[in-house]
Design a protein around this ligand. Sequence first.
Ligand SMILES: Cc1cc2nc3c(=O)[nH]c(=O)nc-3n(C[C@H](O)[C@H](O)[C@H](O)COP(=O)(O)OP(=O)(O)OC[C@H]3O[C@@H](n4cnc5c(N)ncnc54)[C@H](O)[C@@H]3O)c2cc1C
Length: 320
Amino acid sequence: MANIGVLIETSDNNEVKKTNFGVITAARGEGGNEIFGLLINGSGLTCKDAVQEYGIGKLVEISADGANLSSNPELQAKALAEAMKHFEINALFGLSSMQGKDILARTAAILNAPLTLDCVGVNLAEDTVTKFHFAGKTFATIKLTGECRICGIRPNAIEAKAGPCEAEVMSFQADVQDSGRMKVKELKKGASERVELTEADIIITGGRPIGSEENFKILHDCAEALGEAAVGASRMAVDSGFAPHDMQVGQTGKTVSPKLYIACGVSGAIQHFAGMKTSKVIVAINKDPDAPIFAKCDYGLVGDMFEVVPALTQALKSDN
Ligand SMILES: Cc1cc2nc3c(=O)[nH]c(=O)nc-3n(C[C@H](O)[C@H](O)[C@H](O)COP(=O)(O)OP(=O)(O)OC[C@H]3O[C@@H](n4cnc5c(N)ncnc54)[C@H](O)[C@@H]3O)c2cc1C
């Protein structure tokens, strides 16, 4: 039996982000291993119910003696690496989120472990992971070797499957020294009050023709009518100053895998597609019938987004 760790990410109000559940499912594999949930500065008691439902048998609250781990990825990685050594964990899984990519990479460097990020599949029995390469042009199966392996999983790429057990909550105090090389001076909340992009089941995205920050209102209204939906932007919309970078989907933005992705006025460039191609259903609204996005979507609607989106919002509202 091996000890496998899952770095658990929580939201601002200390709730377990639901995208963790697919990661825990991947770490569980066919079963037979001890699954540790590793919480940095989180409350085990608050998170216990959610994670034990998916098979976390041991939930470890990691803190540090005399050092504040919050918002300091360097210290967090050191503490995480110590906890892994202490509990003899030789495989670590986490989300390929902004936070996950940062901490997992630092932890891999400390442990001299192989690191694969943005994986969309895991085969524990064969020690392989699968991921897209070259903006999605190729699909690679990668064999991981070494005493310890670290893997970041694309949010929502692996379907969460319950595997209930009773979790034991434990604490671990790491002995880490602050090198002083990194000081967080200020933390600013992202612009969006809505659901975080990588967590959302539904995303509606605006491309360059949205034309202004104000015009994003049609997408926000539609997202509200859709329920738990987030609003994204293409890079052209972000570079034009219509939306902040934390809304960007794509190779140089966020990677998302929602159940439904609605692209409005997005051409379907390969760099945009790289960030959303694993969406379960893709809908495109574009006024050019020859737009490349139509070759890559499940449903396409030829039309002006400034007419189609408000009409969709109206239809959704009258249905509710
Ligand atoms: C290294 C690199 C990294 C990149 N990373 C990213 C990334 O992370 N994310 C990303 O998005 N891009 C990225 N890009 C840019 C990418 O190549 C495209 O330029 C960009 O995605 C295009 O954005 P767009 O589709 O919004 O705009 P456009 O290419 O201008 O397309 C606009 C589309 O809207 C349609 N349209 C126009 N008016 C309307 C209307 N009223 N209603 C409906 N449809 C309309 C047009 O027919 C067209 O298809 C990257 C590029 C490079 C080189």
